[in-house]
Ligand binder design. Structure first.
Ligand SMILES: Cc1cc2nc3c(=O)[nH]c(=O)nc-3n(C[C@H](O)[C@H](O)[C@H](O)COP(=O)(O)OP(=O)(O)OC[C@H]3O[C@@H](n4cnc5c(N)ncnc54)[C@H](O)[C@@H]3O)c2cc1C
Length: 428
């Protein structure tokens, strides 16, 4: 089951996974001198402000994601980049702990996925998803604004929209997890499990150190909350178990952020969206493959980078090995499995991190460890680099855990425990 000249590939969903699948397919097909018709069906208009035009995310582009775009000869244009993020500031009770990138050449950006906050006023920020979809169009994809109703299982899959029925030689499901999955149960696809996150936009608070601010503890159920600068606005993104419906208000109040907002009554947007916490099953079959969130993603981090990664490997498999279940099993599944296994390490790391975070003695020992590392060259700053990797998604969780288990890293932490309480921590 190979793709042949004149075959049609229909990609359902034009978020990062769908657009990247189109870009990769067109690139790989051209290298293989194969002429394909690539159609992307996307329901949203990304130029619209507010939830209607937005794929509801904190909008941090990891350096891995930026590198994957560069490999496609794509540079995120300055009017799409909302801020360059060169520090993460962890708020730990009364202390503020800044973490800097181990390698300044690693660029991390914040972007808007749609046309910016609903009440943001003009000019609207430029959408990252809209820009990426335009790149796919410019390189030869046919992009149509259409919500797919169902994908029927048949010898050639049939994609049903309100206006037409399209037969395809391969259908790529890239619908994420924030819309109903338009797929006939006969395919045997089971979508990933998710958790609900709360998301909001506020005017950029004053008096905060530049960078992404990470908060813990409040409100009840919070795993962590992030405040991400985006031009004249900031996104607030809260991840937690069973967060209350007014989580963002409580967060602003309990983290003491209200006083730094220019206008406390101004909440400019707001949504709850789903984040993936387990892989899908049945995510490929003959002439059918799923990419991005709808298949598997990285735990709590770098979902856009993971969407690029799965889209690339799935499309490479389609071109080089074929579009049968067996081809995807051999060429695509191992990548998804590696991501899923890495997430187990991630889960362990987040649990591990909760121990010092909630134990004052261990927390100050660990802070001293980070302080001591400042005297070392960057490559030896294991704990600092680990924190950067955990919160930015710039490193695999497995590699972070291996680095932290190294005897030198354990010794450094023990030394931090034995030292008297240091005065380096900035009291906020
Ligand atoms: C609150 C929150 C914050 C996050 N923050 C970050 C972050 O800072 N950085 C990061 O890298 N990741 C982040 N993520 C994860 C990231 O949003 C996802 O991993 C990423 O968007 C996945 O891309 P995707 O293309 O698979 O899915 P999506 O981005 O969800 O795109 C799916 C597309 O399919 C379209 N679609 C759906 N159904 C249909 C249909 N029937 N017909 C046609 N089109 C359809 C949708 O309109 C959408 O455009 C966050 C997630 C959440 C929930």
């Amino acid at each position: 089951m190979r793709l042949e000249n004149g075959n049609r590939v229909v990609i359902v969903g034009g978020g990062p996974a769908g657009s990247c699948a189109a870009l990769q397919l067109l690139r790989l097909a051209s290298e293989a001198a194969l002429q394909l018709e690539v159609i992307v069906l996307e329901a949203r208009d990304f130029s619209r402000p507010g939830p209607a035009g937005c794929n509801k995310c904190a909008g941090i582009l990891s350096s891995a994601a930026v590198r994957r775009l560069e490999a496609l000869d794509l540079t995120v244009p300055p009017d799409v980049v909302q801020a360059e993020l060169d520090a993460y500031i962890l708020h730990l009770g009364r202390t503020e702990l800044p973490i800097y990138p181990p390698d300044p050449a690693r660029r991390i950006y914040s972007v808007y996925r749609g046309g910016g906050p609903r009440l943001g006023g003009s000019p609207c920020p430029h959408s990252f998803d809209g820009w990426l979809l335009d790149q796919a169009r410019e390189r030869g994809a046919i992009v149509r604004r259409s919500r797919v109703r169902t994908i029927r299982a048949s010898v050639r899959p049939i994609i049903v929209t309100p206006k037409e029925q399209i037969e395809a030689d391969l259908v790529v499901l890239a619908t994420g997890v924030n819309s109903p999955t338009p797929i006939d149960p006969a395919w045997g696809y089971k979508r990933p499990q998710t958790e609900t996150m709360a998301q909001d936009e506020v005017p950029m608070p004053s008096g905060l150190t530049a960078g992404v601010h990470i908060y813990f503890g409040h409100p009840r159920g919070l795993i962590f909350g992030a405040l991400i600068p985006k031009g004249r606005f900031a996104s607030i993104s809260l991840l937690g178990h069973g967060l209350p419906h007014d989580a963002v208000s409580l967060f602003l109040e309990e983290q003491g952020l209200l006083h730094s907002l220019p206008n406390v009554t101004t909440r400019l947007c707001g949504c709850t969206s789903r984040v993936v916490v387990s892989p899908a099953s049945g995510f490929y079959a003959d002439r059918f493959v799923t990419v991005g969130d709808a298949a598997v993603t990285r735990l709590y981090k770098d979902g856009i980078g993971a969407a690029f990664h799965t889209a690339e490997v799935a499309m490479r498999t389609a071109i080089e090995r074929g579009v049968s279940r067996a081809a995807f099993e051999a060429g695509y599944r191992p990548t998804c499995q590696r991501i899923a296994v890495d997430n187990w390490f991630g889960q362990f790391l987040f649990r591990l991190w909760n121990i010092p975070r909630s134990t004052p003695f261990l927390l100050s020992a660990w802070q001293r460890t980070l302080q001591n590392e400042l005297a070392f060259p960057v490559m030896r700053q294991v704990h600092t680099n680990a924190m950067w990797g955990i919160f930015t998604g710039d490193e695999s969780y497995r590699r972070i855990l291996i680095a932290l288990s190294h005897p030198a890293a354990v010794l450094a932490f023990l030394r931090g425990m034995l030292m008297r309480s240091g005065a380096f921590v900035k009291e906020s």
